[in-house]
Design a protein around this ligand. Structure first.
Ligand code: GAL
Length: 756
């Protein structure tokens, strides 16, 4: 039976490569590192976009455990940017091209008794044969072994993957799993025993089928078995099942593998998106997987945390994995939370030569095989984002996707109109509301689908980007600019809710991200997010978060600093309140200036923002600060107070987690925000924060950091010791009298992970 070990800890790394390095000698010139790893930590901004392009060397020493001697050994890389060559004990084993896909290599014949040397040459230059490279790209791809590496020991027969294929109708599931097997030896018949467990781990079905196992790779599909009374997976109740397969030869278990899945139907129709037969308006955001300093190289907990922000804080129901395969941890969390996923292959604008096309087709296969069981994924996006038509290339792409997965629709994201629709859904990045083209942007928000497709009939259609570069907003921008970004998002989502000819709209984008010099704000950051790169919300984020049902959570976020001098004419009004309250009451000049109700400009939204647009005061009046009070069902449910004499009062420090694992590196985010005496953030305070850590915890990036817009986020990462420990994090607001804050973080081994 196969066993999996993590190889994340204890690597050696150097920022160069020579042909003579592949035997992994001269380790004294290497640095000791742990995975996930970036070839170079970058500054927060203003780096050179070439800094991570290099050929680098990774070495790992390895002794095969006694109990695994004589077994087959398979190395598994979950993500290496962008190409690697693998050598074991100085001998070349294999090469992989593609920075976002899982790859495996059998190393059995290369291993010896005693210590072995794994050497990986990582090439993180932008090779035009590997998507998304070839021209310009509006995102950084970084470099390195930035996701997990595992070593799998197995007998002759190895279950590589299980695709839990099924069809579902009226609560009844017809299950016919495909077992992807890699077998060393002659062909034979084996028994596949399938066990299905529900969310309480109760067995709901057990059945077996005989399968022919061939030499090398084979993919038998089992005859159907039905499951009754299945709990469907949906966005409010993301019910998950486990499907396990044991391959038996007589009484001997050859291999066993379990996958998690959920059962649901998806259907994309010209009039909308249907989940289990029920129409759901898709409202979502695009996501890049990068973080400050470490780029892509952040442990799975941080990837998972992004899914939590999208679902639990921004309350969207769909995310697009723009523009590449995202981590299994992220996709797993989307399944657990009930977040739908629009999953996309790597690419950005350019279609390269025949090798590029072959690599893109490989990406489609890798995406579908590794991500097949995620119930959250409802569609495969198989075009190079915003590329020109190339019917031969894309007809093949579509065929590959449909052959591997007839159960999900395909699409491809376009920025061009009248593109040839070869897939099931026309996806379009609609930036019509860009203000320099359309002065009265309020009137022209989204384009009619038939004006986009050029067809004289309606097709399944989705908007996959809007806003973004049309209106970038920095965390330290003025209130008016932040408000305008929020209004653009509100206008587009309002039109999304009003129209009946689209599945939904996904906005550009969730979080600010690092980019190449061709794009961004001159400092290599694209400030297109509704939240900044630290995942701290801007006003636009509240347009989304306030759409939640008030019975679940009350949201009242005034898009204002309520400071007289921040706006034109020395007036704090008008401002907008993103809220799901019935109305708000505003107090200024020491008295109520009235009640304000949801704006009719956005009346198709479930909870339209409220415009506060009347200021009865005069600039010479004594400014007494103000209060915004939210009412729901006649009761006061939310209150925000803005003092007249706001001054720096505190540094509020919030940790996402106080318990971390240390079998392999783990990490969590901390956000420090300077606030006034009423707890309001002070975006124009230029603070400096110092972070100190103890006991095998380290700060990712610098330890003395300047705030960006009055706050700063940073990540704390564990060193893999596998010991129970308590680490401390101390945060100081330099040059202030604010007392330092200290937090204890409990570090424990992860019982689910074994390292070698
Ligand atoms: C799109 C592109 C995205 C991003 C966005 C900025 O054209 O697909 O990757 O660059 O523009 O608004």
């Amino acid at each position: 039976m196969s066993e999996r070990f993590s190889l994340n800890p204890d690597w050696y790394f150097k920022e160069s490569f020579d042909e003579g390095d592949t035997a992994g000698q001269e380790l004294s010139i290497y640095r000791k590192i742990d995975l996930p790893h970036t070839v170079k930590e970058l500054p927060y901004n203003c780096f050179s976009h070439d800094e991570t392009a290099m050929r680098s060397s990774y070495v790992r020493k390895l002794t095969v455990p006694e109990e695994c001697r004589g077994k087959r050994a398979i190395l598994e890389f979950m993500g290496v940017m962008a190409r690697y060559e693998l050598y074991v004990n100085g001998q070349f084993v294999s090469e992989h091209r593609g920075g976002y896909s899982r790859s495996r290599a059998e190393i059995t014949g290369y291993l010896k008794d005693g210590e072995n040397t794994i050497f990986v040459m990582v090439d993180s230059s932008e090779d035009p044969q590997i998507p998304p490279f070839g021209k310009t790209i509006d995102y950084m791809c970084f470099g390195g072994i930035y996701r997990d590496v595992n070593l799998i020991f197995t007998e002759e027969t190895f279950i590589e993957d299980i695709l839990a294929r099924y069809e579902m109708e009226d609560g009844r599931v017809s299950l016919f799993p495909e077992i992807r097997i890699d077998h060393f030896g002659g062909a034979f018949d084996a028994e596949a025993v399938v066990t299905v467990r529900d969310a309480d781990r109760q067995i709901v079905k057990r059945f077996s089928r005989f399968v022919r196992i061939k030499s090398g790779h084979s993919c038998p599909v089992l005859d159907r078995e039905s499951l009754e009374d299945v709990h469907p997976w949906n966005i409010d109740n993301p019910y998950l099942y486990e499907v396990s397969v044991e391959l038996m030869c007589g009484d001997r278990i050859l291999d066993r593998k379990s996958v998690r899945t959920g059962f649901r139907t998806v259907s994309c129709r010209p009039d909308g998106f249907y989940l289990n037969g029920v129409k759901v308006k898709l409202i979502g955001l695009d996501r890049h997987q990068s973080f400050p300093y470490a780029g892509y190289a952040m442990p799975e907990r941080c990837q998972r945390a992004d899914a939590e922000i999208l679902k639990n804080e921004l309350h969207v129901n769909v995310v697009r994995t723009s523009h590449y395969l995202q981590s299994e941890g992220f996709l797993d969390r989307c399944d657990e939370l009930g977040l739908l996923v629009f999953s996309e292959i790597p690419g950005w604008g350019c279609i390269g030569d025949e090798n590029f096309k072959a690599n893109s087709h490989q990406d489609i296969q890798d995406m579908i095989i590794t991500q097949y069981n995620h119930p959250g994924i409802f569609i495969w996006s198989i075009r190079i984002n915003e590329s020109a038509d190339d019917d031969e290339f894309y007809a093949k792409s579509n065929e590959i996707a449909h052959d591997l997965d007839p159960s999900r629709p395909t699409t491809g994201v376009r920025c061009i109109k009248h593109s040839h629709l070869l897939e099931d859904v026309y996806a379009y990045n609609d930036f019509i509301h860009r203000t320099h083209e359309v002065k009265h942007y309020r009137e022209l928000v989204l384009v009619n689908q038939q004006a986009v497709t050029g067809l004289d009939y309606k097709v399944p259609f989705i908007v996959t980007e809007y806003s973004g570069h049309v209106y970038p907003v920095k965390p330290f921008d003025g209130e008016e600019r932040k408000l305008r970004q929020a209004q653009i998002h509100a206008l587009v989502q309002n039109a999304n809710y009003a129209r009946n000819d689209a599945l939904g709209a996904i906005g550009w984008c969730a979080f600010d991200y690092q980019t190449h010099g061709d794009y961004g704000s001159g400092d290599k950051i694209c400030y297109h997010g509704v939240s900044d790169i630290f995942r701290v919300p801007k006003y636009a984020a509240y347009v989304y978060s306030s759409q939640v049902d008030p019975e679940e959570e009350i949201v009242m976020e005034p898009c204002t600093l309520l400071a007289r001098g921040e706006n034109d004419d020395n007036k704090p009004i008008p401002f907008m309140v993103c809220t799901n309250c019935d109305y708000v009451e505003v107090e200024l000049y020491g008295r109520s200036i009235g009640k304000f109700f949801p704006s009719l400009v956005y009346c198709s939204l479930p909870h339209p923002p409220i415009m506060v647009d009347e200021d009865p005061g005069h600039w010479a009046d004594l400014w007494k600060g103000g209060t915004v009070i939210g009412y729901y069902k006649g009761k006061k449910v939310a209150r925000r107070t803005y003092p007249r004499n706001a001054y720096l009062a505190d540094l509020v420090v919030k940790l996402d987690d106080t318990r971390l694992h240390n079998t392999v590196a783990d990490a969590t985010r901390i956000v420090a925000t300077f606030v006034d005496q009423c707890g309001n953030p002070l975006p124009y305070y230029n603070g400096i924060v110092q972070v100190e850590t103890s006991n095998n915890l380290r700060v990712v990036g610098p330890e003395i950091i300047a705030t960006v817009g009055g706050h700063i986020g940073f990540w704390i990462r564990t060193k893999p010791t596998g010991r129970e420990e308590t680490g401390a994090v101390t945060v100081r607001a330099l040059n202030t009298k604010i007392p330092e804050k200290q937090f204890m973080i409990k570090l424990t081994p992860d019982p689910g992970v074994r390292c070698l």
